[in-house]
Design a protein around this ligand. Structure first.
Ligand SMILES: C[S@@+](CC[C@H](N)C(=O)[O-])C[C@H]1O[C@@H](n2cnc3c(N)ncnc32)[C@H](O)[C@@H]1O
Length: 213
C-alpha cells in the first residue's frame, strides 16, 4: 500500500487494526525468543499497546512507523515524555527504553537495528500486498542482525474472503519467506481479533530462530 493510503487511515481514524488490549502471543511467547532486557524491533508499529507492554517487561523497543499521528498518540496515551531529533530521512522519537523512527521502513538501515536481538511482527507483513511484502521480507532480513530471533503473527482466512489489508498469509508463504535463514516453529491457530473477531479469520504465530549465528 502506498504511504498516502496509511496516512489517510490514520487521518480518518480507520484504524480497526489497532487493538485495545495486548496481543496474547507476546505475553505467552516473547520469552521463547527474547532474553530479559533484549532489544525488540517492532516494524510498522502503529501505536500498538504491545510496545508499552514490552517496555513494562523490561525490554528495549525500536519501532518504525510512517504516521506521525500514530507515534504522537502512542506517547500521549501512555503519558511518556519524549524528545525528537531529525536523523536523515527519519524523525526519531526517543524516550526511556524506546525509540520510534517516523518514516519509511524501506529507508531503515543495519545501523538503526544494530542492537536488535528480536523482532516482533504483528500486522506488519499482513498489511502489505504480495509484491511489497516480498520486498519487506528481503529488506527486513538485510537490515536485521543475523542472530536476531523473530515472533510473527499472521492472519489466515479462506481465499477470496477479504480483499485486504490485512492480507492472508499462510504457513507456505512464511516458510518460503524465511526458511532459508531461520528454523521456524509453527504455533497453533488462534481465534482472530482481526476484522472484528470474524470466525472465518484466524491468526497464527511463528517463532523464528536463525540457522547460523
Ligand atoms: C495494519 S497497521 C499495524 C500497526 C501495528 N503493528 C499494530 O499491531 O497495531 C500497519 C502500520 O504500518 C504503517 N506503515 C505502512 N507502511 C509503512 C512503511 N513503508 N514504513 C513505515 N510504516 C508503515 C501504517 O501507517 C500502519 O500504522
Amino acid at each position: 500500500m502506498e504511504h498516502e493510503f496509511w496516512h489517510e487511515r490514520w487521518q480518518k481514524r480507520e484504524i480497526g487494526f489497532h487493538r485495545l488490549d495486548v496481543h496474547p502471543l507476546p505475553t505467552t511467547q516473547i520469552e521463547s525468543v527474547a532474553k530479559p532486557s533484549a532489544t525488540i524491533f517492532v516494524p510498522l508499529c502503529g501505536k500498538s499497546l504491545d510496545m508499552q507492554w514490552l517496555l513494562q517487561q523490561g525490554y528495549e523497543v525500536i519501532g518504525i512507523e510512517l504516521s506521525e499521528a500514530a507515534i504522537q498518540e502512542f506517547f500521549a496515551e501512555h503519558s511518556i515524555p519524549y524528545q525528537t531529533t531529525q536523523e536523515g530521512p527519519f524523525v526519531a522519537y526517543r524516550a526511556e527504553g524506546i525509540c520510534i523512527y517516523q518514516g519509511d521502513f524501506f529507508a531503515l538501515t543495519k545501523t538503526h537495528l544494530q542492537t536488535v536481538t528480536t523482532w516482533y511482527d504483528r500486522a506488519a507483513m499482513v498489511a502489505l500486498p504480495p509484491a511489497m511484502r516480498v520486498k519487506y521480507v528481503s529488506h527486513l532480513q538485510h537490515i536485521l542482525p543475523p542472530a536476531a530471533t523473530g515472533l510473527l503473527v499472521m492472519v489466515e482466512y479462506p481465499d477470496g474472503y477479504w480483499k485486504g489489508p490485512p492480507f492472508a498469509i499462510h504457513t507456505t508463504e512464511v516458510l518460503a519467506s524465511y526458511e532459508a535463514n531461520y528454523n521456524i516453529e509453527i504455533l497453533p491457530l488462534l481465534p482472530g481479533f482481526t476484522l472484528g473477531g470474524d470466525a472465518n479469520v484466524t491468526e497464527r504465530g511463528y517463532l523464528l530462530f536463525p540457522k547460523e549465528t
